[in-house]
Design a protein around this ligand. Sequence first.
Ligand code: ZN
Length: 161
Amino acid sequence: MSGSCTYCGRDFSAANPRTVEHLVPMARGGSRCDPENRGESCAECNAAKGTMTDEEFRAQLRNEAFFDHARPAIKPAMTDPVERTIAEALDRAGIEWVGDTDPRAKRLDFFLPIENVHIEVKRFHTDRTAEQMERSENIIVVVGLAAARAFARMITKRDDG
Ligand SMILES: [Zn+2]
């Protein structure tokens, strides 16, 4: 199999096969047969796109963390450098986490199920922060790349004995 996914850029493979997808989904009035309405994407992206149009899905990919193909429902591949800094630190420390594609995260960036703590990471302060803080009792908020890097350095491996 040759070629790569129009959305995530990964090469098609047996594990992540090419699918024909409809730029405007049939559920949204798109044509099944019109070649102009056909694109090629990997199975994961096609499933994630669902009934979104090509335009809507690309907008989502630009704005939101994208699914990691290995664990699509749990770990998003962090495209935001601040989020990625935290994700890598948590992984290095062996701290279990899920991203905002998991409902337990309550649409905050990270949820640590063992600690029952959310982490919300922002590059800049935004007016949404106050509303987001109402979603959980326990939230660590990190604002700014320097703060994220400092926080990442403070995350160290637990001593489990
Ligand atoms: Zn893809």
